[in-house]
Design a protein around this ligand. Structure first.
Ligand SMILES: [Zn+2]
Length: 153
């Protein structure tokens, strides 16, 4: 990267740090020409689709909100953080590869349910009972029956 002070192209990275949220890398650079230092930021250039709520309003996709809803469903369940992180990443990847500019909140809910189903069946039912708003009791019973099948190892 070109030095902003003397325009030399010969600069070195002397320190790299990932932000707390993990979405930005901050690099300290030193110019070998004039020895001055400057900072650059590297961030992912991807657009997440907007989320269309049931009432038709649009909200920005919020990774913290997604994570919070997973954590709530998984509260006090024996699932480790690494697995939850991986699930969040998979959900985000699905949204990105969809290439859609908007997704229905129910679609996002389905993605979450698919992940919870794999992680923990109790968490899955907790989430599903809130988000899926079961059409009738038979549908709910069917879901319960499905989750009583022992998980594949
Ligand atoms: Zn320089």
């Amino acid at each position: 990267m070109k030095c902003p002070f003397c325009s030399s192209f010969d600069t070195q990275v002397i320190d790299s740090r990932v932000s707390e949220e993990g979405d930005t890398i901050r690099r300290r650079r030193r110019c070998t020409g004039c020895d001055r230092r400057f900072t650059t930021y590297e961030r992912i250039d991807l657009l997440m689709p907007a989320v269309v709520k049931r009432n038709g309003s649009r909200i920005e996709y919020d990774p913290a909100k997604l994570r919070a809803s997973l954590d709530l469903a998984l509260r006090k369940r024996p699932v480790n953080t690494t697995d939850v992180d991986a699930a969040v990443v998979r959900i985000q990847e699905s949204l990105l590869v969809s290439g859609l500019r908007e997704v229905e909140s129910s679609y996002l809910g389905e993605l979450v349910m698919n992940e919870l189903k794999k992680l923990d069946h109790v968490a899955y039912v907790r989430f599903a009972s809130v988000y899926k708003s079961f059409q009738n009791i038979n549908e709910f019973v069917k879901e319960i029956d499905e989750i009583q099948v022992p998980p594949k190892s």
